[in-house]
Design a protein around this ligand. Structure first.
Ligand code: PLP
Length: 420
C-alpha cells in the first residue's frame, strides 16, 4: 500500500512529515505495511507517554469497548469518566480539582477562553509570540508561532495581545526576565488596561515553539501580576503535562499554580481526549449549557486514561523519565562539545530539544536540522522538528523509554551529525 495512491482523497492541508503507512506499533517502535521497523522518538507528537499499545491501556480500552462505547456524557454518566475526574483531582496541583472533558487540545483551549471570559466578564487575552495552542479558530487566535497558521483567516478572535515568550538563549535569564516583563507591562500601558484582561495563556515549557524552559523568576512574576490584577493565569500543559518534564505537570518546576490548566495529548494513552481543569469557584461561573460536547468524556478514552494513571504509579514512570532524561541530556551535551552546530541543548525530563545554529553567529540553522532529520529517517529513526525558525530537534520518546532505546536513537543522531 502506497500513500501516493490515496493522496488524492485527502486534503493537502495536513502537512505530512513522512509518507509512511504504519500498520502496527509497540512500545518505542512502529512498523510500516512493508514490515520496515522504525524507532519512534515522536510518539504521536508527545502523546504516547507509555509508548505504543501499552498492555494496560489496550486491556482497559478493550474491556470498556465490550461494555459501552458511547451514550454521551451529556445524557448519562460513565463510571470510567467519573473515576478519571476523581483521579485527576488527586494529581493536579493546588485547588485545580474540577474538570471539563473534551476531545483535543485546541478544543480545550477554546473552552478555557470561554471559561476565563465567563468568570472575569472581561474581554482581553494575552498570549505569547512563539506559542502554539491549536488549530480551531479560538486556539489559532492565541497562537503566535508561525504566521502560516493564521494565513487568510483574519479577522480572528478579537482582544488578543501577544507578549514575548521569555527565551533564555543568546541572553541571560535575568536580562530575559526583565525585558519580557517590561514588554508585558507595555501591553497594559499602551494597548489594553490590565483590568480589561481575562486571561494570560502560556505554555509552561514551550512545545512547538522550540522546547524552551522559561526562567523561574519570570513565571513567578507572571503569577504575581495576574493575581494583582484579577487576571486568570492559564497554563497550556497539553504537551508539557502528564509527566513529560519529569514532574506530573511542568508548573511544579516553577512553584506556580495556574487558575486554569488545559490537558490533552498523553492523558488517554493515545486515545483522543483533553481536559480543562480549574477550581470549583472558577468552574462555577459556567452555568449548565454554556459549553458542551458530544464525545467529550468518552468512556473508552476515560478507561484508557485511568490505565495511564495506574501505570504511572505502578511502573514508576516519573522516576524513569527523570533518570533517562538526565542520561539523554548528558549524551547530548557531550555531543554538543564536538558539534558546535548544536547551539543549545535544553529541556526538562524527556522534553529535550536541540537548537541548530550557524556556529559563527549562533543564528538559526534549519538547513542543518533538516539534514540531520532526513538522515535519521533514512536510518530508521522517526523524529520531528520544532522551533519558530524550524531549527529545533525535539526528543519526545515514551516516558518509559529504556537506555538501550535511547542509545540506539542517539547513535543514529550522532552519525547524522558526523555526516553533516
Ligand atoms: C501546547 C499545545 N497546545 C495545544 C495543542 C493542540 O492540540 P490538538 O492538536 O490536540 O488540538 C498542541 C498540539 O501540538 C500543543 O502542543
Amino acid at each position: 500500500m502506497k500513500f501516493d495512491d490515496y493522496k488524492q482523497y485527502l486534503s493537502p492541508v495536513l502537512a505530512k512529515a513522512t509518507n509512511l503507512v504504519v500498520e502496527s506499533a509497540q512500545g518505542c517502535y512502529v512498523k510500516d505495511v512493508d514490515g520496515n521497523e522504525y524507532l519512534d522518538f515522536v510518539q504521536g507528537i508527545a502523546v504516547n507517554a507509555l509508548g505504543h499499545c501499552h498492555p494496560k491501556v489496550v486491556e482497559a480500552a478493550c474491556e470498556q469497548t465490550k461494555k459501552l462505547i458511547s451514550a454521551s456524557f451529556n445524557l448519562v454518566n460513565y463510571p470510567s469518566t467519573l473515576k478519571l475526574a476523581e483521579e485527576l483531582a488527586k494529581v493536579t496541583p493546588g485547588e485545580l480539582n474540577v474538570t471539563f472533558f473534551s476531545n483535543g487540545g485546541s478544543e480545550a483551549n477554546d473552552g478555557a477562553i470561554k471559561l476565563a471570559r465567563s468568570y472575569t466578564k472581561r474581554p482581553g487575552i494575552i498570549a505569547f509570540k512563539g506559542s502554539f495552542h491549536g488549530r480551531s479558530l479560538g486556539a489559532t487566535s492565541i497562537t503566535g508561532s508561525n504566521s502560516k497558521y493564521r494565513n487568510n483567516y483574519e479577522p480572528l478572535l478579537g482582544g488578543v495581545y501577544f507578549a514575548p515568550y521569555p527565551i533564555p538563549y543568546r541572553t541571560t535569564e535575568e536580562e530575559c526576565t526583565q525585558r519580557c516583563l517590561s514588554e508585558l507591562q507595555e501591553i497594559f500601558d499602551r494597548l489594553i488596561p490590565a483590568d480589561n484582561v481575562a486571561m494570560v495563556i502560556i505554555e509552561p515549557v514551550l512545545g512547538e515553539g522550540g522546547y524552551v524552559v522559561p526562567p523561574v523568576n519570570y513565571m513567578k512574576a507572571l503569577r504575581e501580576i495576574c493575581t494583582k490584577h484579577g487576571i486568570l493565569l492559564v497554563f497550556d500543559e497539553i504537551q508539557s503535562g502528564y509527566g513529560r518534564t519529569g514532574k506530573m505537570f511542568a508548573s511544579e518546576h516553577f512553584g506556580v499554580v495556574p487558575d486554569i490548566m488545559t490537558l490533552g495529548k498523553a492523558i488517554a494513552g493515545g486515545f483522543p481526549m483533553s481536559a480543562i481543569v480549574s477550581t470549583k469557584e472558577i468552574m462555577s461561573a459556567w452555568k449548565p449549557g454554556m459549553h458542551g460536547t458530544t464525545f467529550g468524556g468518552h468512556p473508552v478514552c476515560a478507561a484508557a486514561g485511568l490505565a495511564v494513571l495506574e501505570a504511572f504509579k505502578e511502573e514508576h514512570i516519573l522516576e524513569n523519565c527523570n533518570a533517562q532524561g538526565a542520561y539523554l541530556k548528558e549524551r547530548l551535551l557531550k555531543l554538543q562539545k564536538e558539534h558546535p552546530v548544536m547551539g543549545d541543548v535544553r529541556g526538562l525530563g524527556l522534553m529535550i530539544g536541540v537548537e541548530f545554529v550557524h556556529p559563527e553567529d549562533k543564528s538559526p540553522n534549519a538547513d542543518a536540522l533538516n539534514k540531520v532529520k532526513d538522515y535519521c529517517f533514512k536510518n530508521g529513526l522517526l523524529t520531528l522538528s520544532c522551533g519558530v525558525h524550524g531549527n529545533g530537534f525535539r526528543f519526545a520518546t515514551p516516558l518509559n523509554v529504556k537506555k538501550e532505546e535511547l542509545d540506539k536513537g542517539l547513535d543514529i543522531f550522532e552519525e547524522a551529525l558526523k555526516a553533516l
